[in-house]
Ligand binder design. Sequence first.
Ligand code: DAT
Length: 176
Amino acid sequence: MNGSNRPGPNILITGTPGVGKSTMCRLLAERSGLTWLEVSKLAIENKCLEEYDEVYRCPVLDEDKLLDGMEPAMQEGGKIVDYHGAEFFPERWFDIVFVLRADNTILYDRLVARGYTGKKLEDNIDCEIFQTILEEAKASYRDEIVHELQSNTPEEMEQNVNRICQWLEQWKIDNK
Ligand code: DAT
């Protein structure tokens, strides 16, 4: 049940970079009418990116500032959030969490196509092999709200979106 009194549920879509979070969120937002909060864009818009990490070749995120900026929208409910991590959001924000997964070889090709090389490429492939984000999600949220979804093919993405839309319809019935 929804203990938060939100008018709509909040959904977290997480997983290793390249598993298909943003591609699926775009489609899910269109189909469901929920609002997609793209954390990577919010971080830029709300000026939450600090100095550049030379090893990982990406800027360091000011997590507290990002979370404070997201709070009002999350309280409204009806939000889809995608991020390549699951542990730094408040647990109370989410009604359900989906962890997207992809086969290592498929993920490798996607990340190479994105221009990832060296340590960044290796670390992200290791992250998927060791199912780091799945473990993070299970450690951060109640087991029964964490679901793993395979995201290797367009057909699987379609099935995933349908499944989440069905869950949403049931949520509306249960929370009338
Ligand atoms: P993420 O947001 O998790 O980093 P993405 O949505 O940008 O990933 O997807 C990475 C690439 O993989 C992009 O070129 C689209 C493709 N892709 C994503 N999901 C897919 C799927 N289920 N089947 C085939 N290709 C997919």
